[in-house]
Structure formats: structure tokens, C-alpha cells
Design a protein around this ligand. Structure first.
Ligand code: BGC
Ligand code: CA
Length: 344
């Protein structure tokens, strides 16, 4: 027995071992170099609540631009973005996500239709070990806790509301004689709300007005209704209000720019003076309207910042690094982008 053991360490045996190790290391180097030369494809599935949304379209446009830029930077990486249109239907979107999971995509970016319906989606992604980056439409907090590889990139609806309220507050304090048409020291306003249940619709509606009342400004709501983020629906709604309240309307709060532009359309159509109208987003046509003086102000919802953060996160996850080491992530899951006031 002892004799047998000893034979393992004979010079010949050692030579064989050394040669084998050498050959193994050469072949390892070779395959490493091969993979360096060949192109790696990063496949990202992007599921949108709908493609017919101006703000979402601007995020997607920028994501596509970033994908091309990052391909150039790291020459052996190809980034495939597959964009899916959920057509405002959660069942449709879930089918699309099932497809992406079945095709083993590397990362999912989800602009969820129904923000209360994230749990099933998260569980499926977790089972297949595919990280999910939610954006713009924020799942409820408990769902975000279901897995560590779940992220949300967006802005705080509450902050958008506060800044929108500040725009109106400053205008009112600086030029009350112009805006207080009936001289009663009260702001008569209407509120164009986004989609019911959307965090930004709820919070912007609440905090814009709260900012005024917190500053001891008296307000009177003439009316409010949802126009689903849509310019045409907002124009229709505002025309109704113009018929009902006419010149009594002193301020129009719109939860986003598209609806603010719809309100401007309605006042223009009715050939009435345009009251103080404020939006959120800072989309291109809204910036033009601010320049021409029809829109008083907006709050920039940072589409470029959102997409930049998403792409950074995508690349970190793809490289197998921990995003928490490289980015500012709050409560383990959240990447927040600040809002910014824009007036003339
Ligand atoms: C934007 C809206 C957009 C909505 C879609 C909001 O944050 O302000 O313009 O329609 O998100 O989810
Ligand atoms: Ca008044």
C-alpha cells in the first residue's frame, strides 16, 4: 500500500501532471480570447404600457440611442432592444413578458400597465433569474420587495406636484392683479388628472394644491377630471369646462404637458384669453408653448435621466456587478431622478 502511494510522486507522474496543467491553461486562454473576439449580444426586452404616449416615446427614443452608443464603446458588444406595445392591456402585456422570458432575454424593462399587478410578473422573472427594471409606472412597495433583482427608475410624483404648485404660487404672489380675475383673493382652478390610479396622477394632483394651501393661499376647485394623459381628451374636457365656467377659470393644473396643451387648444378654439396653465414633463411642444407664452410653466420629468440610468443599470447587471456598489440606490430598489421647474 505504502509502495503504491509513493509511485504517484514518481518523476514521470509529475511530468504528466505538469504537461496536463500546461495544456489546460493554454486551452483556457484560447477560449477566453475567442470569446473576446466574437460578439456578445445583450438582449433587453422593453415592455411599454402603450406606444402612444409622448413621454414614454421620448424615453424609448433615448434608450435606443444609448444602446447604439454603448455598442460603439465596447466594440464586441451588441445590444438588442425588443420593444413591446402593451396597448394599455395588462393581459396583453403579460403575454408579451411570458414570451420574453421564454426566449430567455437577459434583462426586462417594464413600464407596467397596471401598477398593482406586478407580483405575478416579478415571481416569473425570479423563477427564470431575469432581473427586472420597472420604470415610470411604479409597482406597489410590497411587490418591489419580492426579489432583490427588482429595480424602479423614475421620479417622485409628490415632488412633481410640489414644484408645479410652486410655479403657480410664485406667479400668483408676483402678479395677483393679473391672475385673480374676479379679485376675490381666491384661486379658481380646474384640474386635468392623468390616468386614474397612476402614482403621478394621484400625487401631482394632491401636492400641487397642497403647496398653495400650505402657503395660506385660498383655492376653489371649479372641477377636476381624468383626461388619461391625453391631449385630445383634455381639449374635450376643457371645452366642457369653458362652457360651464367661462372666464371664471383662473388656473388650469394639468398632471402632464400633453393635457396642458389640450387645454390651450380648447381656449384657443373658444377664442378666450388663455389663463395660467401649468403642466409636467417638459416635452418639446410644451417648451415651444412656454416660449410662445401660451403655457405658463412646466416641471421637467427627466426622460433622458431615466433612460440614462436604465442603460447604466442594464450594463451593470449584464456584467454581473452589484448595482448598489456603482449607483445611488435607495431602499435597495429605487433610482430617483429629480424634477426641475421650467418657466420662461
Ligand atoms: C408622465 C405622463 C405619462 C405617464 C405615463 C407620467 O410620469 O408625466 O406624461 O403619460 O407618466 O405613465
Ligand atoms: Ca379669484
Amino acid at each position: 500500500m505504502y509502495q503504491k502511494m509513493k509511485n504517484y510522486y514518481s518523476p514521470l507522474f509529475l511530468k504528466v501532471i505538469i504537461c496536463t496543467l500546461f495544456l489546460l491553461s493554454v486551452s483556457a486562454c484560447k477560449s477566453y480570447n475567442d470569446s473576446k473576439l466574437s460578439t456578445n449580444t445583450l438582449r433587453v426586452g422593453v415592455a411599454l404600457y402603450t406606444q402612444d404616449d409622448t413621454f414614454i416615446a421620448s424615453i424609448v427614443q433615448n434608450l435606443e440611442k444609448l444602446a447604439r452608443e454603448n455598442e460603439n464603446d465596447t466594440k464586441n458588444l451588441k445590444i438588442n432592444l425588443t420593444i413591446m406595445d402593451g396597448r394599455s392591456n395588462q393581459t396583453t402585456q403579460m403575454d408579451q413578458i411570458d414570451q420574453l422570458i421564454r426566449r430567455d432575454y437577459d434583462i426586462l424593462c417594464v413600464n407596467i400597465v397596471d401598477r398593482t399587478a406586478a407580483s405575478v410578473l416579478i415571481d416569473k422573472a425570479k423563477e427564470s433569474n431575469i432581473p427586472v427594471i420597472f420604470f415610470n409606472r411604479q409597482p406597489v412597495a410590497e411587490d418591489m420587495e419580492r426579489w432583490e433583482n427588482i429595480y424602479y427608475v423614475g421620479s417622485k410624483g409628490e415632488e412633481g406636484g410640489v414644484l408645479q404648485g410652486q410655479i403657480v404660487l410664485n406667479a400668483w404672489l408676483n402678479n395677483k392683479s393679473l391672475y385673480d380675475k374676479n379679485n376675490d383673493n381666491i384661486i379658481q382652478y380646474v384640474m386635468l388628472e392623468g390616468e386614474p390610479g397612476h402614482q403621478d396622477a394621484l400625487l401631482r394632483t394632491e401636492y400641487s394644491v397642497k403647496t398653495l394651501t400650505d402657503n395660506d393661499i385660498a383655492v376653489e376647485k371649479l372641477s377636476s377630471d381624468s383626461a388619461n394623459w391625453s391631449r385630445s381628451q383634455a381639449a374635450t374636457k376643457t371645452s366642457e369646462w369653458i362652457n360651464e365656467f367661462g372666464k371664471q377659470i383662473e388656473v388650469v393644473f394639468a398632471n402632464n404637458d400633453d393635457m396642458a396643451l389640450g387645454a390651450i387648444d380648447a381656449f384657443t378654439e373658444a377664442q378666450l384669453d388663455i389663463p395660467l396653465i401649468v403642466g409636467v414633463d417638459a416635452i418639446e411642444p410644451a417648451l415651444d408653448a412656454i416660449k410662445s407664452g401660451t403655457l405658463y410653466g412646466t416641471v421637467k420629468n427627466d426622460a433622458v435621466g431615466i433612460s440614462n440610468n436604465m442603460m447604466e443599470l442594464i450594463l451593470i447587471l449584464y456584467n454581473g456587478d452589484d448595482p448598489k456598489d456603482k449607483m445611488q440606490i435607495d431602499d435597495e430598489h429605487y433610482l430617483w431622478l429629480p424634477y426641475e421647474i421650467i418657466t420662461r
